[in-house]
Write a protein that binds this ligand. Structure first.
Ligand code: GLU
Length: 468
């Protein structure tokens, strides 16, 4: 059997972080088994589904490296097929037409409520002759669900879960306007797409029982279900807006790398021993359906951030430069020159050691893009007191003789210079940092000075000292 999984988002908004995890699990499970992972857009609710949301889902999946294998299915395009199956079920006697009017059903529910009973369709048209159909009432099609016995689900995650069939009423498959219900569409599509395994959030666990009844009524092979607990926030409550960002694309905007988010989501509800850093290759090798937890995992931004810092350090310098380039250019309001790019690449090793996100990296890398004369940050301006400027004026003269212009040689010079001028190293290095970077913080300053080169460094010092 070839394993076929699917991710089936409803395009009513961004790609939820929980949805991204579902997509990841389905993709990994399929690729572990050498199978296929498909994408179905559940766009039957035309009022709530938007093209923007569909585009956003595709963008986020592709950013996360979770593109599907094969063409994307639109659920609404299969409408006629869904309706056809409902009619087939009627013909086979597994479904029937119900002519109850909305008023009748409202009254039925009110009576059930008053009697303290659960509100369920009472099967009033289940065995009635369609010849009794009242004139002018459009029928719905309902599943003729078993009334006794039980439905058992062998869930990959939840284990065996049982529901008594008298808890499940005869659900509507086709509405009176001829439109298929969600439950019908999902089952027909899963069958038609040849889905063998369905991994999804446990908010769909109760739907699974109704879907199983429908699979059985059609005599179709049941897929294997795995209902994963929803992601919770750090306080243990279901993840919601108040816990922060819910959309996968927000994590992109916050400067997270897709590989870090993938690794993080993988560990949310699935484990392989104590492994925290898991490569894509290992994930594919290990994700065989075991190791999925029954307890809801808690989203922990600090953990995600730590993973991201790890992946940043592991990313090549030119790739990082490419990734931050658009935001860097936006911040600098100018395209990166070749010289700036060279400097950025030379400084990247130290920059990435200190950054946790691409946004941190962009902020710190701006150092290599700013043009002189620099606008001093307030803290840098404070460092550049009259005394500090007097130090710079003298030091600059000596710096003209530094040979070779390397971080090592510059540092050796600085130590010797400070000692012979009765200065602490900081009394020289801090004014240099302020003058050359415009800031009071930077990567190791002698490295930065080496990267800027002698001419640029001396000019930057002159910019600061020339009016004194
Ligand atoms: N469209 C459903 C959702 O977005 C998923 C349905 C399913 O996975 O069966 O929650």
């Amino acid at each position: 059997m070839t394993v076929v999984t699917r991710f089936a988002p409803s395009p009513t908004g961004f790609l939820h972080i929980g949805g991204a995890r579902t997509a990841l699990f389905n993709k990994l499970f399929a690729s572990h088994h050498g199978g296929k992972y498909l994408l179905r857009i559940e766009d039957t609710d035309k009022k709530r589904s938007t093209q923007d949301a569909i585009d956003a889902i595709h963008d986020a999946l592709s950013w996360l490296g979770l593109d599907c294998d094969g063409p994307v299915i639109s659920q609404s395009a299969q409408r006629e097929r869904h309706a056809e199956i409902a009619e087939q079920l009627v013909t086979a006697g597994h479904a029937y037409k119900c002519y109850a009017t909305p008023e009748e059903l409202t009254e039925m529910r009110a009576r059930q409520k008053a009697a303290g009973k659960p509100t369920r369709y009472d099967g009033r048209w289940r065995d009635r002759d369609p010849a009794d159909a009242p004139a002018g009432v459009d029928s719905v099609i309902r599943l003729r669900a078993p009334q006794d016995g039980k439905t058992v689900l062998q869930d990959m995650v939840q284990g065996e879960v049982t529901v008594a069939n008298d808890q499940l009423d005869d659900m509507i498959l086709l509405r009176s306007d001829g439109s298929p219900t969600y439950m019908l569409s999902v089952v027909v599509d899963d069958h038609d797409m040849g889905i063998t395994h369905i991994i999804r959030g446990d908010d769909h666990l109760t739907n699974a029982f109704r879907q199983i009844l429908l699979f059985k009524a059609m005599g179709w092979q049941l897929p294997i279900f795995g209902h994963v607990p929803l992601i919770h926030g750090p306080d243990g409550a279901k993840l919601s807006k108040r816990h922060g960002a819910l959309g996968a694309e927000s994590y992109r905007e916050m400067g997270f790398l897709p590989e870090a988010l993938r690794n993080y989501l993988l560990r949310l509800g699935w484990g392989h021993g104590d492994d925290e850093i898991i490569t894509d290759e290992q994930a594919k090798e290990w994700f065989d359906g075991s190791g999925l937890g029954k307890a809801p995992a808690r989203f922990d931004t600090a953990k995600l951030t730590a993973l991201n810092a790890h992946y940043l350090k592991a990313t090549g310098n030119s790739k990082l430069a490419e990734l931050i380039k658009p935001n860097l250019e936006k911040a600098a309001k100018t395209p990166l020159t070749d010289l700036n790019t060279q400097r950025l690449l030379a400084g990247m090793e130290s920059l990435k050691e200190r950054a946790k996100t691409l946004n941190d990296l962009t902020d710190s890398a701006a150092l290599y893009v700013r043009q002189r004369p620099l606008d001093l940050e307030p803290k840098a301006a404070k460092i550049l007191s009259d005394v500090a400027i007097a130090v710079l004026i003298e030091a600059r003269k000596s710096m003209e003789h530094i040979q070779p212009w390397t971080a090592d040689a510059i540092e050796k010079w600085a130590r010797r210079y400070a000692e012979s001028h009765d200065l602490k190293l900081g009394q020289l290095a801090q004014p240099l940092r302020a003058a050359i970077t415009g800031s009071n913080v930077s990567p190791p300053i002698f490295e930065v000075i080496a990267i800027f080169g002698q001419d640029e460094t001396l000019s930057r010092i002159s910019d600061i000292t020339k009016d004194h």
